[in-house]
Design a protein around this ligand. Structure first.
Ligand code: DGL
Length: 297
């Protein structure tokens, strides 16, 4: 039997990193990757047409995630980041088994950060229905420290609150990651947030994991309910550091001379909304944007 190995070559280091999400939320992760690895090019895929993934079955989301990963590999990415908790919960393992490039999800990095942050060993997790019902966070946290008690709650309407808040914002290309206080929250949405978060607060947690890549955009709202002492974990930074470590270990970091080029793909036939909201999250205008139809995947 002959075993074929494919060692990274110098040119593979110049290939882009593939990042995908159900829509715009994963741009919170893409943004951190661009900050932590400023010479890397990104190919971001937002499956806007089929968003949200959260209310769908894990089997359906697994199928979407695998389809997008195989498409990204065909575009010759050197690594894939699943910048969506629902897709990570549903598909990380199967994608890792099926594709030839390293695949990093957002759940393990977030879980690791939570385990490091908690002192009371009482950790809360919020996310979509798919993510919470999968139990993936509880497993990931407890595999690192079986003594931690995890309290989880599905908070599906937070995705809608983020997107509506951004659409109602005064300045459409405002950098909302830098000025999150400016995100407009309707009073009715603050009520919803309180209903979601008060029960978790009563569980005496000291750490809350934002188990959805949309949620960092609601940080001021969540912080105002959970209080100033709560450690609030977003997995974006931890995931970016894992990408850095993986590429470094494989000798695949882009050289410091590389000028990065970021390109963006949406499955929506009209990309205007994706560009407007996405630019505010990514922190700079999304320039190279294409539509890829689902039947082209
Ligand atoms: N950004 C997705 C996640 O992290 C949530 C949005 C959706 O439901 O598609 O799970």
């Amino acid at each position: 039997m002959s075993v074929q190995t494919s060692l990274p070559t110098a040119s593979s280091a110049e290939l882009p990193i593939g990042v995908f999400d159900s829509g715009i939320g994963g741009l919170t992760v893409a943004r951190e990757i661009a900050v932590c690895l400023p010479h890397e090019s990104l190919l971001y895929f937002g499956d806007t047409l089929r968003c949200p993934y959260g209310p769908r079955s894990l089997d359906e989301v697994e199928g979407f995630a695998l389809q997008i990963s195989e498409w990204l590999v065909a575009q010759k990415v050197k690594l894939i980041v699943i910048a969506c908790n629902s897709a990570t919960a549903a598909g990380l393992e199967i994608i890792q088994r099926r594709v030839q490039v390293p695949v990093i999800g957002v759940i393990e990095p977030g879980a690791r950060a939570a385990v490091q942050a908690t002192t009371s060993r009482r950790v809360g997790v919020i996310g979509t229905i798919a993510t919470i019902e999968s139990g993936a966070y509880t497993r990931a946290i407890r595999s690192l420290d079986a003594g931690i008690t995890v309290f989880s709650a599905a908070t599906p309407r937070f995705v809608e609150i983020v997107e509506q808040g951004m659409r109602l914002d005064r300045n459409p290309i405002e950098d909302i990651m830098a000025q999150t206080d400016s995100l407009y929250i309707r009073p009715a949405f603050s009520e919803i947030a309180r209903d979601y978060l008060d029960p978790l607060k009563r569980c005496n947690i000291d750490t809350l994991v934002l188990g959805c890549t949309h949620y960092p955009l609601l940080m001021p709202l969540i912080r105002s309910i959970m209080g100033p002492e709560m450690q609030i974990i977003s997995s974006a930074r931890e995931t970016a550091l894992e990408v850095l470590n993986t590429l470094e270990r494989r000798g695949q970091l882009a050289s410091p001379e590389c000028i990065p080029h970021h390109s963006f793909v949406t499955t929506a036939s009209n990309s205007a909304d994706f560009v407007q909201l996405g630019s505010a999250i990514f922190g700079s205008k999304l320039e190279d944007v294409k539509t890829v139809l689902i039947n082209e995947l």
